[in-house]
Design a protein around this ligand. Structure first.
Ligand code: M6R
Length: 609
C-alpha cells in the first residue's frame, strides 16, 4: 500500500526521503515522488511511474535540494498508475500534499473546487485535498489551521502530510484511519507511515493516534487530538533487533524470513522451560476476562485468517470451546448473533489491516465480552484498540507473502488454547505435553529446513503449470489453503485448496496430467481416508506431490512423489507442514522468475478497504 516519508531539518533531506521510500518498497507500490522546499521557498518535485530507482535516477540527472520535504510511494486506488497520478500533488505552486487512504467524498469536493476555479491534473481522490488546503491558505490561514479546516471537509481514511512555500520550515500532518509516526531527531523531525522508513535517522518515535493533527519544524512539535485539544504523546524507542537487518546473504526477504522461523518461534513462546502458560502473557486483565469466556469469534484476513481456521480445531478439540472464524471483510458487514460470553479475537501481522480494524471497531459490548488481538507490530492500531494483546515476536516481515508471521500466530493461538483450555476440558497432563511440544518447535522447524533441496527439486515440476490443487483433511485443510495462497500470490499459478473429502463433489473433474495435486498428508487419524482420496486422483491420471511423515512410510508410486517430513509432535504439524509449503511456493516462484518479495498487484499492509 502507499507509503509516506517526510523530513524537516537544517540539512539536505532528499537522500533521507529516498532512503525512506526504499525502505517502504516492500509494501507494494506502482509510482513514487517527492517534493522539496528549497532555500528560496521554491517548491520542487520529481515523480515517476515505476520503482523508487526511477526516482533516484531523476534526482541524479536533475538534483533537487531542500531541507524540508515530503515523499510518497503510491499504490493506485483512484486513477491508473502514472506519473500524473503519483504523489505529491500540488496546488497553486505553493502547497504539496501526500496521502495514504481513500477520500470517499472526493467527487462532490472535486465538483465544488472546479466550480471555484481549480484545475485538476490527476484522477486521484487526493488532489481535492491539496486544492482545499490551498483555498484555506489563500484565505490567510496558517498551515495548521488550513489543515484543520480541510480535514473537517473530508470523509474516509487518511494519513496526510503537507508543505507550503509560505511556511518554509513546517510540515503539517493528520491521521484518520491510516497510520503515521513522527521520528524524533536532534534538531530535526521526521514523519512516516511506518517507523521502518526512518530507522536510518532515528530510533525514537511518537505514534499519532486517530484524529491527531501535527505541526512540526526542525525544533518543535505541536500535536492536537481530534477535538483540537493540545496533547502530548509518549516517545517509544525501537530496539535494534526490531530492525530488519537487510536481506543478509539471502536472495529474497521471503527466504530469509522462512529461515528466521526457528528464532521467531522461540521468541514467541513465552518463557523457555516454563511448564505452564500464565494468563498474564495476554495482558493485565486476561485472567478476569478469560474466566468469563464461553465462546471465541476469530476475525482476520488472508494468511491470518488461515491461522484462525487452524485455531478453531485446537480451541474446539483441545479446549472444548466453541469457535467461529470469519474473514473480516464479511464479518464487518453482517448481522451477527453471538453466544453469550464470546471473546473477539483478531489476528493480524501488521495490526493495520483496514477490514480487521473495522471489524474490531464495529464489534462492541454487549456482543463481545472483550477483544484480544494477536499482532506482530507493537503500537499498531489493532494493538492500541484491543483489550488484550499477544505480540508475536516474528520481527519485521518484509516479504509480501506472510511466512514467519503465520507460524508465530499459530504459536500464539496454541497458547490461547492452553489458557482457555485449562478452564474447560484440557487436562493438566495434555497441557504440559503441549507446552513441552512448544519448546521443541524451533528444532522441528530446523529439521524441515533440512528438506529444502528436495523441495526445490520438487518445485521444478510446477513451473510450466497454470493450475494446482491442494488437499488436506481436518486441521491440515487450512494448511492446504495456506499452501495454495502462498503459491498463487508469488508464482501467479492458480491454486485452490479443498478438504480432500470434497474432491469427488466437483474438483475431481479438473484432475488430469496437467493438474498437479499437492497433498498435506501427515500420519494422523485421517491418513487412511486421505490415502483413498489420493488414489482417486491417481486413477484419473493426476500427478501427486505428497507431503507425509517420513515414519508413516507413504508409498512412492508412478506419478506419486513423496516428500518425507521429519518427526515432530502431532500438535506442531500445522506449523512444520506450512514451512515445507512455503519453501515449495518460494522455489516455484524463483524458478518462474517472478518478483517474489513484491508480487504484482499486492501490498504488504492492506490499509484500505
Ligand atoms: O497484516 P495482516 O495479517 O492483517 O494481513 C492480512 C493479509 O493481507 C495477509 O495475510 C495477506 O494475505 C498475505 N499477503 C498473505 O501472504
Amino acid at each position: 500500500m502507499c507509503g509516506i516519508v517526510g523530513a524537516t531539518a537544517r540539512r539536505e533531506v532528499s537522500e533521507i526521503l529516498l532512503e525512506g521510500l526504499r525502505r517502504l518498497e516492500y509494501r507494494g507500490y506502482d509510482s513514487a515522488g517527492f517534493a522539496l522546499l528549497d532555500a528560496d521557498r521554491n517548491l520542487l518535485m520529481h515523480k515517476r511511474l515505476g520503482k523508487v530507482a526511477e526516482l533516484e535516477q531523476a534526482q541524479k540527472l536533475e538534483p533537487l535540494h531542500g531541507c524540508v520535504g515530503i515523499a510518497h510511494t503510491r499504490w493506485a486506488t483512484h486513477g491508473v498508475p502514472s506519473a500524473a497520478n503519483a504523489h505529491p500533488h500540488l496546488s497553486g505552486n505553493r502547497v504539496a500534499v501526500v496521502h495514504n487512504g481513500i477520500i470517499e467524498n472526493h467527487e462532490a469536493l472535486r465538483s465544488e473546487l472546479i466550480a471555484a476555479g481549480y484545475e485538476f491534473v490527476s484522477h486521484t481522490d487526493t488532489e481535492v485535498v491539496v486544492h482545499l488546503l490551498h483555498r484555506e491558505l489563500a484565505a490567510g490561514k496558517d498551515l495548521l489551521q488550513a489543515m484543520l479546516d480541510t480535514i473537517a471537509r473530508l470523509q474516509g481514511a487518511y494519513a496526510l502530510a503537507a508543505v507550503d512555500a509560505e511556511h518554509p520550515e513546517e510540515i503539517v500532518a493528520a491521521r484518520e484511519g491510516s497510520p503515521l509516526v513522527v521520528g524524533v531527531g536532534i534538531g530535526e523531525h521526521f514523519l512516516a507511515s511506518d517507523p521502518l522508513a526512518l530507522r536510518q535517522v532515528t530510533d525514537r518515535f511518537i505514534y499519532l493516534q486517530e484524529g491527531d493533527v501535527l505541526r512540526m519544524t526542525p525544533t518543535s512539535l505541536q500535536l492536537m487530538d481530534a477535538t483540537g485539544k493540545p496533547v502530548t504523546r509518549p516517545i517509544s524507542t525501537i530496539s535494534v533487533e526490531e530492525d530488519t537487518g537487510g536481506r543478509g546473504h539471502y536472495e529474497h526477504y521471503m527466504l530469509k524470513e522462512i529461515h528466521e522461523q526457528p528464532r521467531a518461534l522461540a521468541a514467541t513462546v513465552p518463557v523457555e522451560g516454563a511448564r505452564e502458560i500464565a494468563d498474564s502473557v495476554f495482558g493485565e486483565r486476561a485472567a478476569e476476562i478469560f474466566d468469563q469466556v464461553r465462546a471465541v469469534q476469530i476475525v482476520a484476513c488472508g494468511t491470518s485468517y488461515h491461522a484462525g481456521m487452524v485455531a478453531r480445531y485446537w480451541l474446539e478439540e483441545l479446549a472444548g470451546i466453541p469457535c467461529n472464524v470469519e474473514v473480516a471483510s464479511e464479518f464487518r458487514y453482517r448481522q451477527r448473533v453471538q453466544h453469550p460470553g464470546t471473546l473477539l479475537v483478531t489476528i493480524s501481522q501488521s495490526g493495520e489491516t483496514a477490514d480487521t480494524l473495522a471489524a474490531l471497531r464495529n464489534a462492541t459490548d454487549p456482543e463481545f465480552i472483550a477483544s484480544l488481538v494477536i499482532a506482530n507490530v507493537d503500537h499498531s492500531s489493532l494493538v492500541r484498540e484491543s483489550d488484550l494483546v499477544y505480540l508475536t515476536r516474528a520481527g519485521a516481515e518484509i516479504g509480501v507473502a506472510s511466512t514467519k508471521a503465520f507460524t508465530t500466530q499459530l504459536v500464539a493461538l496454541l497458547l490461547l488454547t492452553l489458557v482457555l483450555g485449562r478452564r474447560n476440558k484440557l487436562d493438566a497432563e495434555t497441557a504440559a505435553e503441549i507446552v513441552g511440544a512448544l519448546h521443541q518447535v524451533p528444532d522441528c522447524v530446523e529439521k524441515v529446513l533440512t528438506r529444502e533441496a528436495a523441495i526445490r527439486e520438487m518445485a521444478s515440476a510446477f513451473i510450466l503449470r497454470h493450475h494446482a490443487l491442494f488437499l488436506g483433511r481436518g486441521i491440515h485443510f487450512p494448511i492446504a489453503l495456506e499452501g495454495a495462497l502462498k503459491l498463487k500470490e508469488i508464482s501467479y499459478i492458480h491454486a485452490e485448496a479443498y478438504p480432500a473429502g470434497e474432491l469427488k463433489h466437483g474438483p475431481l473433474a479438473l484432475v488430469d496430467a496437467d493438474m498437479p495435486v499437492v497433498a498435506v498428508a501427515p500420519g494422523d487419524d485421517l491418513m487412511e481416508k486421505l490415502k483413498s482420496n489420493i488414489e482417486e486422483v491417481r486413477a484419473r491420471g493426476g500427478e501427486l506431490y505428497v507431503f507425509a511423515d517420513e515414519k508413516a512410510g507413504f508409498p512412492e508410486a508412478p506419478r506419486v512423489h513423496v516428500l518425507g517430513m521429519p518427526d515432530c509432535p502431532e500438535v506442531l504439524k500445522p506449523i512444520t507442514y506450512t514451512v515445507a509449503l512455503q519453501l515449495l511456493a518460494y522455489y516455484v516462484a524463483v524458478q518462474k522468475g517472478t518478483d517474489v518479495d513484491k508480487p504484482r498487484n499486492l501490498a504488504k499492509s492492506v490499509t484500505v478497504e
